[in-house]
Design a protein around this ligand. Structure first.
Ligand code: AMP
Length: 217
C-alpha cells in the first residue's frame, strides 16, 4: 500500500490532473466527505487529507510514503535550509505556483524605512522564511506570528508589513496593500520518505515517474 499525503484546496485541485495522468482516480470527494483517508481506483494507493503544514511531518515520520506540499511549507518545516530530515525531494511538480513577497500599505514608505535602518514590525505565518530573508538583507525586524489573514495586520497598525503568498495580487489590491519585495517563487513539490523508498522502491519509483511525465510544461 502506498499512502500519499495531500492538503485540501488549491494543491488538492491542482494535483488531481497529475494523479489522473498517473492512472490514479480518487473515489471520494474531499470537500464533501468527512473521511480523512480517501480510496482510489488503485487498491494499493490511498490518500490522506491533512493540513498543508502537516504534510512534511506525515511523510518524515512515515505516516505517509509520499506527499505533495508547497516549497513554502517545506522551508517553514526546516526541510530546505539544511538537513533533509528523512525526506527525499525528487520533483518540482510546477503546480500551485505563486510567490512569497513582502507587502505594505500603499502609503507606507518601505524603501525609506529600510534605508534608515528602522526596526520593522512584520506579521507573517512564514517566520522562518521572513527571518532568513530579512537577516540576509541586514534589516532589523520584529516578527509577529499569525495563522491567517495576514493582510489585516498593516490595516489595523499591528504591523508595518507582511510576508505572504501572492498569486494574482488581487487580495493585496483589495486591501490597499502593495508588494514591495519579491522573496522567492513557490511551487509544490513531491516529497518521499527515504525509508519507504528503500522498502518499496518499485511502486514508488513508478509513481515518481508517472508524476514526472505529467508535469505541466
Ligand atoms: P491572490 O489574491 O491571488 O494574490 O492570492 C493571495 C491569497 O491566496 C493569500 O491569502 C495567499 O495566502 C493565498 N495563496 C496564494 N497562492 C497560494 C498557494 N499557491 N497556496 C496556498 N495559498 C495561496
Amino acid at each position: 500500500m502506498i499512502t500519499l499525503a495531500l492538503s485540501k484546496g488549491r494543491i488538492f485541485e491542482e494535483t488531481l490532473p497529475l494523479l489522473k495522468a498517473a492512472g490514479i482516480e480518487v473515489l471520494d470527494d474531499p470537500e464533501k466527505s468527512r473521511k480523512l483517508i480517501l480510496t482510489t481506483n488503485q487498491p494499493d494507493v490511498r490518500l490522506l487529507v491533512v493540513r498543508a503544514t502537516d504534510v512534511p511531518t506525515y511523510v518524515q515520520y512515515g505516516g505517509a510514503d509520499v506527499g505533495i506540499t508547497g516549497k513554502d511549507t517545506l522551508l517553514e518545516h526546516g526541510m530546505e535550509w539544511g538537513g533533509s530530515g528523512g525526506l527525499y525531494q525528487p520533483l518540482d511538480l510546477q503546480i500551485a505556483k505563486c510567490r512569497i513577497s513582502v507587502a505594505a500599505k500603499a502609503d507606507f514608505d518601505y524603501a525609506s524605512a529600510v534605508k534608515q535602518g528602522s526596526r520593522l514590525k512584520v506579521a507573517t505565518k512564514y517566520v522562518a522564511i521572513a527571518r532568513e530573508f530579512f537577516a540576509s538583507k541586514g534589516v532589523h525586524v520584529d516578527l509577529i506570528k499569525l495563522y491567517g489573514s495576514m493582510e489585516l495586520a498593516p490595516l489595523v497598525g499591528l504591523a508595518d508589513a507582511i510576508v505572504d503568498l501572492v498569486s494574482t495580487g488581487n487580495t493585496l489590491k483589495a486591501n490597499n496593500l502593495v508588494e514591495v519585495e519579491h522573496i522567492m517563487d513557490i511551487s509544490s513539490r513531491l516529497v518521499v520518505n527515504q525509508a519507504s523508498l528503500k522498502l518499496n522502491p518499485e511502486p514508488i519509483r513508478r509513481m515518481i515517474n508517472a508524476f514526472a511525465s505529467a508535469i505541466p510544461a
